[in-house]
Design a protein around this ligand. Sequence first.
Ligand SMILES: *Cc1c(COP(=O)(O)O)cnc(C)c1O
Length: 372
Amino acid sequence: MWQAEVRVDLDAIRENVTRLRAGTTAEVMAVVKADAYGHGMLPAARAALAGGATWLGVCTLDEALALRGAGITAPVLAWLLTPGVPLDRAVAAGVDLGVGGPELLAEAVGAARAAGRPARLHLKIDTGLSRGGAAGGDWPVLLEAAAKAQADGAVEVVGAWSHFAYADAPGHPTIDRQLHLFREGLERAERHGITPRLRHIANSAATLTRPDTHFDLVRAGIAVYGLSPVAGETFGLRPAMTARARVLLTKRVPPGTGVSYGHTYTTERETTLAVVPLGYGDGVPRHASNSGPVLLGGEVHRIAGRVCMDQIVVDCGDTRVRPGDVAVLFGDGRGGEPTADDWAAAADTINYEIVTRFGGVRVPRVYAGDQP
Ligand SMILES: *Cc1c(COP(=O)(O)O)cnc(C)c1O
């Protein structure tokens, strides 16, 4: 490492997937959207497949086509498709489409004609997240249209699916309510002659805490990267990402020294400040100003003052720290470093956002472990 790096342990990704597989009889879809939550889509996808995932999940058509372009032939589902995206390319590339409304269904039928083969669909029912999917009376309307398109040979309904609003709180009553509506939606599909091979609703949290939600396929994202969706539990997962940088400069300063923009931090005593070349342009949340933890010189210290675009200043007290020393922002915690969970707490966000933000372009991403 010259200056800063995001290190991704592909063995951890592979092992996390293997662990998820061991906990279910369902197939495992590794969700690799948003550049695999900042971990790098292609290496992460390959490691997840090596760990036993049989599906990959993405949001956009571009993400799906990038997987295919890299020669990945595993089943791929893309579910964030706006009207007008060239679905014929998805159909031609054998990408499954998440469809939650009649407009997209109509476009999928058109795309199937253009591509000369049926579009493979996963029909989405909104059971209470109020985001994607057909809710209430729109579900039978979607089923009706899908049944007709299937009879015409234009589409093949491969899946029916939904998404939880509150699975990270395992006892939350919305989980049972959504599960009930999902089962009802599946029965309704049956009555329209639609019997999808893959019924799926579980995200990582439900995969780890609610086996009764697994059905035929679970869609795991955050757990694949070793982070827990449920506060206070690790489920034996191992975080794959480490963010670290070398100290640029240290200085000994007197009490009363204002630090970084706006002087929101003032030293209380004589202390050593270390400048670390990572900032919000690299993924460090500005909300972690005066709070983000950093392992440096064998101890965890805090960011002093505002996070800048390119740098942070860490108050190291009397710890011996020298330019070139390695500062670890977060990792799997085994070396005493903070974790993405610690950073999430410091920045008032979730671990998902911490790792995903570090997927930017400036910090080199390096891979450890087997690269399948
Ligand atoms: C992102 C996403 C997932 C994965 O969620 P995790 O909480 O990271 O496991 C699953 N399904 C859908 C529809 C998603 O958008």
